[in-house]
Write a protein that binds this ligand. Sequence first.
Ligand code: FPP
Length: 255
Amino acid sequence: MFKFFKGKNNKLKTASIDIDFNNVPKHIAIIMDGNGRWAKERNLPRTMGHKAGVETIRRIIKECDKLGVKYLTLYAFSTENWKRPKDEVSALMKLLVEYLKKEFDELNRSNVVINNIGDISKLPLECQKELKAAYEKTKHNTGITMNLALNYGGRDEILNAVNGIIKDVKDSKLDINKIDESVFSNYLFTKGMPDPDLIIRPSGEQRISNFLLWQCAYSEFWYSNINWPDFSEQDLHKAIYDFQNRDRRFGGIKK
Ligand code: FPP
């Protein structure tokens, strides 16, 4: 069990971490929010916040892997993020390419599958190239799958699935009477993956922001006031600990 005590500045500290390894969420999804506010608090340009956010990705993927999480989905760029100033959008795309180039060897050595979800065909060609190459080279790895959600929107994903289904019905590849939840799920970007057990949103915001709308039906939500660049391994442990103490009934009743 976690034992909390009050450390310096009255902050909660974890004395010992005793996560139940039999009940680690298989799939964690994170809305990496608060980069801009983190930078603003330090009088830095927003892009520095995103840069600091990349450092957090590095730490959190390692920790998730260590804990036995099988899928980590990171919301890196939404279908709505194109509304941001051009400079910020290009800085994010540049960061993505840098991240993939710099981290590839280490992630591959750690057996990580570098996957992406979202409509990446709208991303700059260099991003598409790096993402496709990273996936091709790691798709047979057997460790944690990191899903980078890029130009991702839950509504867009559902529409895309509906269009895919219509096409397959028209092409006689799918029987119109056989469309159930499981068939529908196979037309989503997350095809073949379990739904997220736990969705984490740092930075104090408490909304879903078009993230995994189909898949979050029975996800547990965990919010924290900490901005993403400051999100620590200990915060992840707290989220998992909290998750492990929830009563998940999936609409049923406890036996
Ligand atoms: C939300 O914070 C964050 C984003 C829209 C981008 C997240 C991107 C990264 C962490 C780095 C790039 C990703 C990769 C995979 C290299 P915000 O900017 O909305 O923060 P704010 O709400 O405080 O303004």
